[in-house]
Ligand binder design. Structure first.
Ligand SMILES: Nc1ncnc2c1ncn2[C@@H]1O[C@H](COP(=O)(O)OP(=O)(O)OP(=O)(O)O)[C@@H](O)[C@H]1O
Length: 589
């Protein structure tokens, strides 16, 4: 907690926003003792700023500085009180609904939705007419009108946390609902609570000033809203007495600005991916290659990667994660890319479709695909190129499918984006693709959550094959699956590859799996391709020490001194993957 606070203070946005807000709080707390009585008629009306009245006088002769300073107290007090109450009520209702679910959720969600459809202003007017005037009325009115949005946000967060293992573990351990909510859920929502509180305070200050300006507050009190109300009533605009409303207006804008800065700082602190990444060089793709002969693709190769280097721009400067990699993939070949975690496999795979994040740049080299220089494609050409010529199967079957669209719709989106025809023809193609990967065609109307992990990954493969690409990049497609499902899936991939003739770049850290599946394997170490060879040769005659180290970490792969190897994974996988894999295309590195 102290560490979070320290990091928050180090953030420029938080420092500026916090200092501004603290300044206003200080003025609101002690300022009223140092200024004149804001209600007393001290001088001539409509007097511009002078040494007697630094901010001038109002249309009735009161001191504008005193009104601005004293007005801060009630405005901010109500703002923070409403901010806290709206957050509290919203969190209570939302978390209870999301965590308990069923009937409680139905009832609370219905209530929340009713509040959401009632327009805030009429609700505030009606409530205001029945409640005794004063700050209390404003707090009740704004809390009543504002809690529902917050409840929706907290409910969504509770629903997502409820499914997490640590909550299931607390339930199994017999913890009470109250304890689970306060000990398991709430601490995990700390950043949401903090940013909601700041956002709600911003809402409260704005809404309060708005209502009071319309005369719906207590016009006898001194707040920033009533200052503006009286400025309007005293014709400050008509008489061009700008000093009556400008100081209050500036204060409201500055408080809003400081709260916005704080809210954004909290978001960035709790979610580092929101921080603006350091900028990649403006020429994100550089085409230089060392030698002219490297300019050309290898004859007969489907893909030629030439001296490719990729850098991420980090706070500490550029970090090269792919370093001068050159490789070729032949039509119909399965090329395996192996290497330990963080060696740059996924970065290299994403670069083939130019799917790198904005903080990454291809700083050197070329990607030549079937006569196309991928590194030089315009955004429009790239859109047409991706998926129709090179597609991808992503690692996480869980998150690669859109949870709110049926499978048919997801196929239709992909086909329509590449000039597909009617929805009916997309659905027909989707059924065909589903049966091709061994799923029932009727699943076209299913939602992703109705499928198992293995089924989802098959859908991912079907989607990747929808436009009959010539190369499919598979980035750890089986990592999250158990060995049986993994085996079935890979068998299917090999069958489809034999039938349709596409090539595969298969990325994984599971070297035994690759040696069984791939025609050739490349070993990536810290961004460098240290060895490329046929799977057969790598198994028995690996040359690079890093390859040998990787192989030796799997004792069943022939290490003579390995303790009684368990059933040979390689043998199992090879026998599963019929027909036998083709020999390597020669002549490439
Ligand atoms: N957005 C990013 N900003 C900065 N560095 C990054 C970013 N994404 C990845 N990296 C770094 O790039 C390197 C390569 O990451 P990459 O994901 O390509 O490795 P990998 O071999 O696919 O790993 P794994 O097998 O664990 O998926 C890692 O050191 C990682 O920390």
């Amino acid at each position: 907690m102290r560490d979070t606070l320290r990091r928050l203070l180090r953030q420029r946005k938080a420092a500026v926003g916090g200092t501004l807000l603290l300044g206003f709080l200080l003025v609101a707390l002690v300022g009223p003792w140092f200024v004149m009585d804001p209600t007393e008629l001290m001088g001539q009306p409509h007097q511009p700023p002078s040494s007697a009245h630094w901010f001038g006088t109002t249309g009735q002769g009161q001191d504008v500085l005193a009104q601005t300073v004293v007005g801060a107290r009630e405005t901010l007090a109500i703002g923070f009180a409403v901010g806290a109450l709206v957050t509290l009520v919203g969190a209570l209702v939302g978390i209870t609904a999301g965590y308990l679910g069923r009937r409680v959720d139905d009832a609370l969600t219905l209530t929340t939705n009713i509040f959401l459809v009632i327009p805030g202003l009429p609700l505030a007017i009606v409530l205001g007419a029945y409640l005794p005037s004063g700050p209390f009325r404003m707090v009740v009115v704004l809390t009543f009108a504002g809690w529902a949005w917050n409840a929706r946000v907290f409910r969504a967060e509770a629903l997502s946390l409820r499914g997490r293992d640590f909550v299931a573990a607390a339930v199994v351990a017999g913890e009470s609902h109250l304890r689970i909510i306060t000990r398991e859920l709430l601490p995990n929502m700390a950043s949401l609570v903090a940013s909601s509180f700041i956002g709600n305070t911003l809402y409260a200050v704005g809404a309060q000033v708005g209502l009071e300006f319309l005369g719906l507050g207590d016009v006898g009190s001194v707040t920033w809203g009533t200052n503006l109300y009286w400025a309007g009533n005293d014709a400050a605009l008509l008489t061009r007495s700008w000093w009556i409303f400008v100081p209050t207006g500036i204060c409201i804008a500055l408080v809003g600005f400081s709260l916005t800065l704080l809210s954004s700082a909290i978001d960035e602190l709790t979610n580092p991916s929101l921080r603006a990444p350091p900028k990649a060089p403006s020429a994100a793709v550089v085409h230089a290659v060392a030698s002219p002969e490297q300019e050309a693709a290898t004859p007969g190769a489907l893909l030629s990667v030439r001296e490719l280097s990729i850098e991420y721009m980090t706070q500490a400067g550029p970090s090269r994660v792919v370093d001068q990699v050159s490789l070729d993939i032949a039509p119909g070949e399965v090329f395996g890319l192996a290497g330990e975690s963080g060696s740059g496999k996924s970065t290299l795979g994403s670069a083939l479709l130019r799917l790198l994040p904005s903080s990454a740049a291809i700083t050197h080299g070329r990607i030549l695909f079937d006569g196309t220089d991928v590194t030089a494609l315009s955004p429009e050409a790239l859109r047409a190129f991706r998926w129709s010529r090179v597609s991808m199967v992503f690692q996480s079957a869980m998150s690669a499918l859109n949870p709110v669209l049926t499978l048919g719709e997801q196929f239709h989106d992909t086909l329509a984006a590449h000039g597909g025809n009617s929805r009916a023809s997309s659905y027909a193609r989707a059924r065909e693709l589903l049966s091709m990967v061994g799923l029932k065609p009727e699943l076209v109307d299913a939602w992703p959550h109705q499928l198992s992990g293995g089924m989802r990954q098959r859908v991912g493969i079907a989607l990747a094959l929808a436009l009959e690409p010539r190369l499919v990049v598979m980035d750890e497609p089986t990592t999250a699956l158990d060995v049986v499902v993994q085996k079935e899936l890979l068998q299917r991939v090999v069958e489809l590859k034999e039938r349709l003739g596409f090539a595969v770049l298969f990325i994984t850290h599971d070297l035994p799996l690759l040696l069984a599946l791939a025609d050739r394997v490349g070993i990536l170490q810290a961004g460098k391709l240290v060895e490329v060879d046929t799977a057969q040769r790598l198994r028995t005659d690996a040359r690079h020490p890093y390859t040998r180290l990787l192989l030796s970490s799997f004792p069943h792969l022939g290490a003579a001194d390995a303790p009684t190897p368990s059933p040979d994974v390689l043998e199992q996988a090879t026998s599963a993957l019929k027909p036998p894999l083709a020999a390597s295309p020669g002549g490439r590195r």
